[in-house]
Design a protein around this ligand. Structure first.
Ligand SMILES: *Cc1c(COP(=O)(O)O)cnc(C)c1O
Length: 412
């Protein structure tokens, strides 16, 4: 498409935008269980209005927009208040989990250079199930990635001893997930913390998908093991607001145990023709809308609202698990939050995935071991029975050898 010679009216463009959604996944009807977190129309309205109100303001300029600086400060304080942040803890908002992880790694590397005499190539030690954002950040910063196999006991958890053995003098970070994305399982962060302290290695908890879920699940009585700053070895945490924080997209938090650790994150640029520029995270311009929407949703829901939403998600997952078991599927490990992976011991899980895809369900897969994957939202409480009925039919189709063409399942 080349740039049009003259403009088109908004009314017509608006119609075009609506029409272009036709081929997209039907998330509004609860047909997706990946990419979108649907907490209902009241939360959507708050996101929408708060985002619009601060859409033009720029978080790059806290002096110009003290409103945004104050909102970001309060978002971080609220985050630390549910994640056992000690008195000296602090953090920043970022554009998303990848940004938070990249910045935590940058801080850990610069900490190691400044405080531990790190020279040459650094490395990070992480479980096989950790998110590829770590590999991307490592690629950018020329850091070596050491992925360690999970414990082979059917729990899909990190292997703390093997991870400890993989550390050496150049290890700037160990990683545990709470939970990991592929299996939805929380790693043994307390054990990782002990090893990290003994080896004097920075432990990062990747709570991108669980940071705003696990604390409320625990308040609801779910036996969530310690995973946040409650564990002494945890030095930093990534927790995404635009996932189970139900904020508008473009909002995550990266948190540090102390201001001293945080101080290795910001970048101070003075050697250029312009005004001195200090930025806490990777971004220059930071969308005011994402900050305002996150602040508004957190205050709209409060602890009670989050407990209610996450309780509904846990209930839906438990209902789904009972349904899977009744159909002969097995759930991978013991998930406690909103993610669940499951497979059939006799029939091809990806063929079943293909049948579900043809019925309009857009979900994810797990490759190791081959499984179907759901990341549930409050909206799914309304459609889980329909999903289960389609799953029953899809399983029958595959068991009878009548499946259609293979669907290639990719994350993107
Ligand atoms: C989503 C996710 C990330 C990356 O977050 P983005 O916002 O997609 O960049 C990292 N870790 C885990 C466990 C995640 O679920």
């Amino acid at each position: 498409m080349k740039m049009p010679d003259s403009g088109t009216g908004w009314a017509e463009l608006r119609e075009t935008l609506i029409a272009r959604r036709q081929g997209d996944a039907k998330w509004r009807e609860g047909k997706t269980a990946v990419y979108v977190f649907n907490a209902g129309p009241d939360v959507a309205e708050v996101q929408h209005e708060a985002y619009s109100m601060y859409m033009s303001e720029n978080g790059l300029g806290p002096l110009a927009f003290p409103s945004l600086a104050q909102m970001e400060k309060e978002v971080i304080e609220m985050a630390l208040s549910i994640l056992h942040g000690p008195g000296d803890a602090t953090g920043a908002m970022t554009s998303g989990g990848t940004d938070s992880i990249t910045m935590a790694m940058k801080a850990a590397r610069d900490f190691a250079r400044a405080e531990k005499g790190l020279k040459g190539t650094a490395n990070i030690v992480l479980p096989q199930s950790a998110h590829p954002a770590f590999d991307k950040a490592a690629h950018l910063m020329d850091i070596e990635v050491r992925r360690i196999a999970l414990k082979q006991d059917g729990r899909y958890e990190a292997d703390p001893d093997a991870m400890g053995e993989a550390c050496d003098a150049s290890t700037i970070m160990m990683v545990g997930s709470a939970p990991n994305f592929p299996h939805g399982i929380i790693d043994p962060i307390a054990e990782l913390g002990e090893i990290a302290l003994a080896k004097e290695v920075w432990l990062h908890t990747d709570a991108c998908v669980g940071g705003y879920f696990a604390p409320f699940a625990r308040m609801n009585g779910v036996p969530v093991p310690p995973f946040d700053f409650e564990v002494p070895g945890v030095q930093s945490i990534s927790a995404d607001l635009h996932k189970y924080g139900y904020a508008a997209k473009g909002a995550s938090t990266v948190l540090f145990r102390s201001k001293g650790l945080y101080s290795h994150m910001p970048f101070d640029a003075r050697n250029w023709s312009g005004a001195p520029m200090t930025t806490p995270t990777l971004a220059g311009t930071r969308p005011g809308g994402a900050i305002a929407a996150a602040w508004a949703v957190m205050n709209f829901l409060g602890v009670e609202g989050y407990c209610e939403k996450q309780g509904l998600v846990c209930e839906t997952r438990e209902r789904a698990e009972r349904g899977f078991e009744a159909l002969g599927f097995e759930v991978l490990g013991k998930p406690l939050l909103g993610l669940v992976a499951f497979r059939h011991p006799e029939h091809d899980s990806f063929a079943i995935y293909g049948e579900m895809y043809r019925k309009g369900w857009f979900t994810s897969i797990t490759v190791d071991p081959p499984s179907l994957h759901l990341m549930l939202s409050p909206k799914h409480a309304e459609v889980i029975d329909e999903y289960m009925e389609d799953l029953r039919i899809s399983l029958e189709t595959v068991a009878a050898g009548k499946q259609g063409e293979k669907v290639e399942a990719r994350y993107n």
